[in-house]
Design a binder for this molecule. Structure first.
Ligand SMILES: *Cc1c(COP(=O)(O)O)cnc(C)c1O
Length: 414
């Protein structure tokens, strides 16, 4: 469900004609719908209202301050994975007590900053990290809260690059090691181990892997209770899939129906960390057709946005629908490619695309998550501008970069 649609053959985001935005702000351009963004958050919130979980939006999916602010205003917390995201969280006005922090590679500096700000807890990914957080907390004379990220060894049935809950992945701690850590918890004098965390992957379209993972940790929680070890939080991570093509992902309601009984039985406070589910379908990438190129074997629609703007097709073979901003009759089979000097630089392959011509605009759909946040300056291209639409209003929430931005931190010493 989203607020991007045609009216009289023109493509709209809410009540704004997207072509007007493309002309005014240039392309490539990210366009977000405020309503779609906040609706997705509220859908999840209402599906789980019975247990009133803390929904910590996963900042890395789209870390623009205006996106964060919009969600924080609705009551969301944030899930961060770096000191940079901690900085963003604070700039966006997120209360520290609504921030949870995961990552297998937290540095001393990042840990100290998060302790000092007083985040809700760290999601700890190894014994070495646990010891390090304890050491840093001690040096700061603080008791800090941590949750153990469990690697539940489940198959998330998603792309292997975004599967994180198999025992061969780098994430989390296996149950046997976690058990040992919890038995020795008193040794970590400056830590309060207050919960468990799982996050088994991303773009998961069926409930079964979630159910399997939650069952495993629930059983573990019961075992701990028998040992007199009681916890306060269960953080079930993110990973909810969305529609890119013809997926039929679980809705918030169905997801809740499947896991609520399990969650209630734990008796713990629940935290979730959705990213893609909230922002994925709330954004599009608008590009302009530069050239139509016919070769002996293929047709290429060459556009002004590429893998530096949206790397998902190149990185994950991801599928994105591509629609024209003005409906035209007829279709052509083509590859939609960017200007980058890499054969992996494509947005679509062998796709039936509307019969657009040079100068026309295309909307790359479902680009709100892991779009701009993964963009780069490769080929010294300027990162795109971002615009948020609400009703009939539109505002730039990130300016297009300038040539000066490209070299800002460089010197000409040699
Ligand atoms: C990336 C990430 C998320 C969000 O994943 P989505 O698939 O976007 O919902 C949540 N938790 C952690 C720990 C993550 O690394």
């Amino acid at each position: 469900m989203h607020d991007f649609k045609y009216k009289n053959n023109k493509f709209y985001c809410e009540d704004v004609k997207v072509e007007d935005l493309a002309k005014k702000f240039g392309t490539p351009l990210y366009v977000y719908s405020y309503r779609t963004l906040t609706d997705h958050y509220l859908k999840l919130k209402s599906a789980f209202s019975e247990i009133n979980p803390l929904i910590c939006y996963s900042v890395k999916a789209n870390s623009n301050l205006s996106i964060l602010k919009a969600l924080i205003a609705k009551g969301a917390g944030l899930d961060i994975v770096s000191g940079g995201e901690l900085f963003r969280a604070q700039k966006a006005g997120c209360p520290a007590q609504k921030i949870v922090y995961a990552s297998v590679g937290k540095t001393d500096q990042e840990i100290a900053a998060a302790i000092s700000k007083g985040i809700l807890f760290f999601n700890v990914e190894s014994l070495a990290e646990l010891k390090n957080i304890n050491r840093i907390a001690k040096s700061l004379n603080k008791i800090t809260r941590v949750a153990i990220r469990i690697n539940p060894d489940v198959e998330a049935k998603t792309h292997k690059y975004i599967s994180t809950g198999k025992i061969t992945n780098k994430f989390g701690i296996d149950l046997v090691s976690a058990y040992k850590i919890l038995l020795l918890r008193k040794n970590f004098k400056n830590l309060k181990i207050c919960g468990l965390h799982i996050h088994i992957g991303s773009q998961i379209t069926k409930s079964e892997p979630f159910v399997e993972a939650i069952k495993k940790v629930s059983y573990f929680i019961r075992r701990l209770k028998d040992q007199g070890i009681s916890l306060e939080y269960l953080n079930i991570g993110g990973g909810l899939g969305i529609i890119y093509d013809h997926e039929d992902p679980q809705t918030a309601q169905i997801y809740a129906g499947q896991i609520l009984p399990l969650l209630k039985r734990t008796g713990l406070k629940i935290i979730m960390e959705p990213g893609r589910f909230i922002v994925g379908n709330a954004g599009i990438l608008v590009v302009k057709v530069l050239y139509i190129k016919n070769t002996p074997k293929k047709k290429f629609i060459i556009v002004d946005g590429g893998m530096n703007d949206l790397i998902r097709p190149a990185l994950y073979s991801a599928y994105h629908n591509i629609w024209p901003l003005t409906k035209v009759s007829g279709a052509q089979k083509a590859d939609v490619v960017g200007p980058i000097c890499e054969s992996g630089d494509f947005l679509a392959k062998e796709r039936l695309i509307a019969k657009v011509k040079e100068g026309d605009y295309l909307a790359v759909m479902s680009a709100g998550a892991y779009g701009f946040s993964m963009s780069s300056n490769y080929n010294s291209r300027l990162r795109a501008a971002e615009v948020m639409v609400s009703g009939n209003k539109a505002a730039v929430i990130r300016k297009r970069e300038t040539l000066q931005d490209l070299i800002r931190n460089e010197s000409r010493t040699f």
